[in-house]
Design a protein around this ligand. Structure first.
Ligand code: CP
Ligand code: NVA
Length: 321
């Protein structure tokens, strides 16, 4: 039984296989084909926090693959009505997989502990692996050397990713996928908001050649960036710190002045939802270098690759080289 709790659960070859599956399914969809690879399978979506992209992209994605989904909100009483052991093993009687968005990462680990069904992390305070898969799919399309901007894995190695803002769940997963795919990663953040040492050490241990940097001023790294990424300054669950963070992060806003110092070929990404005018300006989010809407759309394509890889590995074996 496989789970995706963080990208440490995958080998680089498995990440490439998921991306290749995603690309294949995306091109089939463009031709109007929706192969029912997961017909009869049911995906649960167990969410403790709000979501637009993650929820809708997984639900639409499994539908396109011939399966069905169930949204499981507060009323199923996760952690409230019965023990985790009972809850999880009962859920496994009905579901073929579950996507879980939890307030704390340990909750998702607990769900996977019983191997009752494949568990996919749909965002925790620690990481957001599905987001990182979609981000990389997008970067590989933007810098593609192939016809029709088809995803090009070879175009990724060496591409410099600059994350401007908080060293949060999205930044952690992005740093890790960059290490997996040989892409230098730099975080520009105020002191006290860097990615934690434990995560950085885990990456460096698993990927000794990883190029991970940190700068205090985005201006010091933006000149050579291929990808400029940001996320909200206050993540879900940190609302009490919002006013303080707004002040601390003010010099980290991606605006036209900062972007002017980047190569003209650089693309701008944001996992969304964004606070327009706060971490990124209206002009940049809607500007020529923004790939943010394509990036959101790729959530579904990347996750279709992931679902098929997890729930129909024999199909991947037979159809993806
Ligand atoms: N980016 C992302 O995970 O969006 P949602 O919170 O809307 O799912
Ligand atoms: N860092 C943000 C991402 C939302 C998709 C959060 O955790 O709220």
């Amino acid at each position: 039984m496989r789970h995706l709790l963080t990208l440490f659960d995958l080998t680089p070859a498995e990440v490439r296989s998921i991306l290749a599956t995603a690309v294949h399914l995306k091109s089939l969809l463009a031709q109007g084909e929706r192969p029912p690879i997961l017909a009869g399978q049911t995906l649960g979506l167990l969410f403790e926090k709000p979501s637009l992209r993650t929820r809708v992209s997984f639900e639409a994605g499994i539908n396109q693959l011939g399966g069905g989904s169930l949204f499981l909100g507060e009323d199923v009483g996760w952690g409230k009505r019965e023990s985790p052991a009972d809850f999880t093993r009962v859920l496994g009687q009905f579901l073929d997989g579950v996507v879980c968005r939890a307030k704390s990462h340990s909750r998702v680990e607990e769900l996977a502990r019983y191997d009752a069904m494949p568990v996919i992390n749909g965002l925790t305070d620690l990481s957001h692996p599905c987001q990182a898969l979609a981000d990389i799919l997008t970067v590989g399309e933007v810098f593609s050397q192939l016809p029709d901007n088809q995803f090009d894995l070879a175009s990724l190695a060496g591409r410099e990713v600059l994350f401007v803002g908080d060293g949060n769940n999205v930044a952690r997963s992005l740093a890790l996928i960059c290490a997996i795919l040989d892409m230098p990663f730099t975080l520009a953040c105020p002191n006290g908001y860097a990615i934690d040492d434990i995560w950085i050490e885990r990456i460096s241990k698993a990927y000794p050649k990883a190029k991970l940097n940190r700068v205090e001023r985005p201006e010091d790294a933006i000149g050579s960036a291929d990808v400029i990424y940001t996320d909200v300054w206050t993540s879900m669950g940190q609302e009490a710190e919002a006013a303080e963070r707004r002040q601390i992060f003010a010099p980290y806003r991606i605006d036209e002045k900062l972007l002017a110092a980047a190569p003209k070929t650089a693309c701008v990404l944001h996992c969304l939802p964004a606070i327009r005018g706060e971490e990124i300006t209206q002009e940049v989010i809607d500007g020529d270098q923004s790939q943010i809407i394509r990036q959101a759309g790729n959530r579904m394509h990347a996750q279709k690759g992931l679902l098929v890889w997890l729930m129909a590995p024999e199909w991947v074996e037979a159809n993806i080289s």
